[in-house]
Design a protein around this ligand. Structure first.
Ligand code: ADP
Ligand code: MG
Length: 246
């Protein structure tokens, strides 16, 4: 039975880098309008999983998007436009100013009208509090500002799902909050998101569903209350003891 509450469903995902098995028989579902967070120790496969979701990595497994099978006949470049991705190190184009960074994909990849894209970019920049930096270059921005521009850029292609891979890990502590604030606003608009983060209190607050990954296995998953208040497995209990000080 197809379940259209799930925007995305991956079954039996396996991923190797040469001899190294990084993801093992992973089943992943993402419900429309919800936030799923992936937590786990360094090297457990969180980044690889998130990169598989938009086919930045090849993998084995069955993949359904909006109930439709994604297979070798799918145009992956087109399919990837369903996803906005925000990285730890921002990955802005250094030679383009803020506005040009935002309109690059809508104009050059999606072939949309430039002046429409400029108008939409201004609305997005206003939402993330960066409209006054329209003409600045990435090198002229703080880490928090770069990440807010990166989030606006990821939204410019009108993606159906946003993927965040440790969006605050490279930021000075005082800049973390300004980025989390933007992500909270997206949640209020029912944006479907997958978040990898070590900010455990933020993960607790923002997630509808949390997955604990270790050595490429889904060890345990559930609601924030289940994961943080009633963890079943010893592995998760140990992990939380190390990273989550309430
Ligand atoms: P996490 O994001 O949870 O820290 P990763 O997904 O980055 O973990 O990495 C999972 C494992 O896969 C690690 O052992 C890492 O060294 C390995 N790995 C990740 N990317 C590559 C790659 N491109 N080539 C080879 N090994 C990789
Ligand atoms: Mg990672």
């Amino acid at each position: 039975m197809l379940n259209f509450d799930n925007i995305l469903e991956v079954k039996n995902l396996n991923k190797c880098f040469d001899d190294l098995k990084v993801l093992k028989n992973v089943d992943f579902k993402l419900r429309r309008g919800e936030v799923t967070s992936i937590i786990g120790p360094s090297g457990s496969g969180k980044s690889t999983l998130i990169r598989c979701l938009n086919f930045l990595e090849e993998f084995e497994g069955e993949y359904l998007f909006n109930g439709k099978m994604i297979d070798k006949d799918t145009d992956l470049n087109k399919f990837r436009l369903n996803f906005g991705m925000v990285f730890q190190h921002f990955n802005l184009f250094p030679h383009l100013n803020v506005l040009e960074n935002i309109i690059e994909a809508p104009v050059h990849v999606q072939g949309r009208n430039r002046s429409d894209c400029v108008n939409e970019a201004k609305i997005l920049l206003d939402k993330v509090g960066m409209l006054d930096k329209l003409n600045s270059y990435p090198s002229e921005l703080s880490g928090g500002q770069k990440q807010r521009v990166a989030i606006a850029r990821s939204l410019a292609i009108k993606p159906k799902v946003l993927l965040f891979d440790e969006p605050t890990s490279a930021l000075d502590p005082e800049m973390v909050e300004e980025v989390l604030h933007v992500i909270r606003n997206l949640k209020d608009k029912n944006t479907t998101m997958v978040i990898v983060s070590h900010e455990m209190s933020f993960v607790h607050e923002i997630s509808d569903h949390i997955i604990f990954l270790e050595h490429g296995h889904f060890v345990e998953s559930g609601s924030p209350n289940k994961i943080f208040k009633k963890p079943n497995s010893q592995r998760l209990q140990e992990f939380l003891k190390k990273v989550y000080i309430q």
